[in-house]
Design a protein. Structure first.
Length: 408
């Protein structure tokens, strides 16, 4: 009878419970995640009991001892018994919370005996991954937002995983302890995947670490959790947890890519091929700042349409993209893009030199980018200085009048 009543009650409450789950923590996919989930609920119920007890007693005292009910005012100064009680009870509660919380925290910080180590680097605005130890050692790639720009601009219907999809997810094997060594290349970021109980700040110049062990295969999504600039909401994280066999196949496939990339770099590309590829690279790395029409954002990001940097010397433009821009001794938002391959850099440079009103008709070849990377320090310094002067001039011209006056 009791079992039937319980089942009926649960069925009746099912819609309410389903609605409440939308506001709860994500279902954990690891033992550590389950510990955090259970600790959260334990402390939540402790708080509920304290809330009910304190406010229940307070309202009881107000109602039963009010003047309108004829209760005379009490005059007392202190009560040793009461003071001991309200000291001992909170102490016991705190100890009861501290023991499981400390156990979970120690477990969370134990990154030893990892099966796989991955370095995570936060950039404005994407993530870089380098597999340092374990199966997959030597694999490196960048993970950027894959949500189509049309959805972001509101000209197309939003997908199921809007702003939570990437071109290349992190791939890990199920049941293996994965250590993440986390840092940042520019500003503060934070790597956060709730269902894996992994969250750690990425700080420029510092290395922090955390870990997770996924218990089930599947895709698990997260986001940067530290305000890092105008595209903060556009650098999601996706972790693809595979079986041991599928992970081994992925590693084998990824390790074959460098050879193919080297072949591409030596290929003689046409202007049309580079421009087509460059459009995609531009959409993934440049459009947020310089905009789809190449006009930039006045006062923040200079226009590429008609830019002296883009329409001028190829070597100067290559140096600008490889080394970034420094103005008045300070690093600007134009960061170095050395992490992109020679082919991708050549493609995006070709695209910018042959788009909008920039119709120069000349292509930048991957071999030219490769040569710039390997140039002597003196040659690099000369090209970079030239590029910085031109780029700084463009940035200065893009600034509002007030900022320009301040710069002078």
């Amino acid at each position: 009878m009791i079992g039937k009543w319980t089942t009926g009650a649960m069925l009746a409450l099912a819609p309410a419970l389903a609605g409440a789950s939308r506001y709860n923590l994500q279902d954990p996919n690891s033992a550590l995640g389950q510990d955090i989930y259970d600790l959260h609920h334990l402390i939540l119920w402790v708080c509920v009991v304290i809330f009910v007890g304190v406010f229940g007693f307070m309202f009881y005292a107000i109602l039963k001892h009010r003047k309108s009910a004829g209760h005379p005012a009490a005059h007392f100064h202190e009560n040793t018994t009461v003071e001991v009680i309200w000291t001992v009870i909170p102490f016991v509660i705190l100890i009861g919370i501290a023991v499981p919380a400390t156990r979970t925290l120690v477990h969370q910080r134990d990154t030893s005996a990892a099966d796989l180590t991955i370095k995570v680097t936060g950039y404005q605005w994407k993530w870089g991954y380098d597999y340092l130890k374990g199966d997959g050692e030597g694999i490196s790639f960048f993970s950027t937002l894959a949500t189509p720009r049309e959805q972001i601009d509101g000209t197309a219907p939003k997908g199921e995983n809007y702003l939570l999809e990437v071109d290349q997810p992190v791939v890990v094997p199920v049941g293996k302890k994965v250590r993440l060594v986390i840092t940042a290349a520019d500003v503060l970021h934070a790597w956060w995947v709730p269902s894996l109980a992994a969250k750690q700040d990425a700080i420029p110049g510092f290395v922090r670490d955390t870990w997770f062990k996924a218990e089930r295969e599947g895709l698990y999504r997260g986001q940067c959790a530290e305000l890092c600039g105008k595209e903060h909401g556009f650098m999601p994280i996706v972790v693809n947890v595979l079986s041991a066999e599928k992970y081994a196949a992925w590693v084998n496939e990824r390790k074959q890519k460098p050879a193919a990339a080297a072949e591409d770099a030596n290929k003689q590309w046409t202007l049309a091929e580079l421009s087509a590829r460059g459009r995609k690279v531009f959409a993934e790395n440049c459009v947020a700042c310089h905009q789809g029409d190449g006009m930039g954002i006045p006062g923040s990001f200079p226009a590429l349409n008609g830019s002296k940097v883009v329409t001028g010397s190829k070597q100067a433009q290559i140096a600008t993209v490889l080394h970034g821009v420094v103005r008045d001794g300070k690093v600007t938002l134009m960061q170095p893009f050395r992490q992109l391959s020679d082919v991708d850099l050549a493609a995006v440079l070709t695209y910018t030199r042959n788009s909008w009103n920039n119709l120069g008709g000349e292509a930048v070849m991957p071999a030219e980018v490769a040569a710039a990377r390997s140039s002597s320090p003196q040659a690099l310094h000369g090209e970079r200085a030239s590029a910085l002067r031109i780029a700084a001039s463009a940035l200065h011209a893009a600034a509002p009048a007030g900022h320009a006056g301040a710069a002078r």
